[in-house]
Design a protein around this ligand. Structure first.
Ligand code: NCD
Length: 320
């Protein structure tokens, strides 16, 4: 049976650590002079991106190449999608060429799962589906936190984690919240009522706290995750305007210094400096943002490896 990575919801703590442990061993490969291992030689990975992407697409592509797989990128703007081909027809056409893994990004929630139900031979990785999930982003965020907190002799359990901003439309927040709940962490969702509706906790079956006041929400956090306003997914006005929004919800060093002095800050990118995060925080010592981008490659190597490995590479270990 082929395996997929469609979301974090439903993964156990053991599943999450399995990905993180594999990613940990791939971090070192990217630090070598020759950044390539033969682990997925002869495997084919197709990236099908129906939405724009810089980091995610580049790091999946680099990850596949560092594992010696053959990779190709199909983007909506240059493919038959432009000519009206449906997701299903596109995916089935690509599967006829026998790829081992299809990495899919799509604006519709549920697109990756939908595709996986029709594919018989290829694994599907969800690289972001609408406002639903972005599992590899959550895993790279956790890897980044694990590196940081292990250097302080702490693990990634027992943390207080807050998500600030457009939680409603953020697939990054959803995947991360599921992950932190699986790890037993305290989760706070912070933002205006339009972007963090009071009944939103129900989405996660309880277990999260909602806070509409930024200062109250930040108080005592270990981790602050800033989220971009997802204007492309908003079909109505959720905030009066971005200036008003930033006055109330921009995460600044002045606030963090007082309310969460030892916190670290994550942002999945792309960032809007001065809207959801100040430049001072983004470039300051508590920012792990560059490390996140760097870890994107190792996490995607781990995911591709765990889904597409052959019996032999499994037996000889992760990194050849
Ligand atoms: C995120 C995404 O596409 O969901 N970006 C990313 O993958 N690095 C977040 C965003 O677009 O705001």
């Amino acid at each position: 049976m082929v395996d997929h990575l469609l979301g974090i919801e439903g993964l156990s703590k053991t599943d999450i650590y399995r990905y993180l442990d594999a990613a940990h061993s791939f971090v070192e490969v990217s630090e070598r002079d020759i950044k390539k291992v033969p682990t997925l030689r002869g495997k084919t990975i197709v990236h099908v991106f129906f939405e724009p992407s810089t980091r995610t697409l580049a790091s999946f592509d680099i990850a596949g190449k560092r594992l010696s797989a053959d990779t190709i990128n199909v983007s909506a703007s240059s493919s038959s999608v432009k000519k009206g081909e449906t997701l299903l027809d596109t995916v089935r056409t690509l599967e006829s060429m026998n790829p081992d893994v299809l990495v899919i990004r799509h604006s519709e929630s549920g697109a990756a799962r939908f595709a996986s139900q029709y594919l018989t031979r290829s694994s599907v990785v969800n690289a972001g589906d609408g406002s639903h999930e972005h599992p590899t982003q959550a895993l790279l965020d956790l890897l980044t936190l694990r590196q940081h907190f292990s250097s302080m002799k702490r693990g990634i359990e027992g943390l207080k984690v807050g998500f600030v901003g457009d939680v409603r439309h953020s697939r990054v927040a959803r995947s991360n919240v599921w992950a932190h709940l699986a790890l037993g962490n305290e989760v706070r969702l912070i933002g205006p009522t339009t972007l963090v509706p009071s009944d939103f906790a129900g989405v996660f079956g309880g277990g999260v706290t909602i806070e509409h006041d930024l200062a109250a929400g930040l108080k005592g956090l270990d981790v602050v995750v800033c989220l971009r306003m997802q204007l492309e997914r908003q079909d109505e006005h959720f905030v009066p305007n971005l200036d008003e929004y930033s006055k109330e919800y921009c995460v600044s060093e002045r606030l963090l210094k007082d309310l969460a002095p030892s916190s670290v800050v994550l942002h999945p990118g792309p960032m809007n400096r001065g809207t959801e995060i100040s430049g001072e925080v983004a470039d300051g010592p508590r920012s792990l943002i560059r490390r996140q981008v760097n870890n994107g490659v190792a996490v995607r190597m781990a995911v591709l490896y765990l889904l597409a490995r052959t019996v032999e590479s499994h037996e000889t270990g992760v990194v050849a």
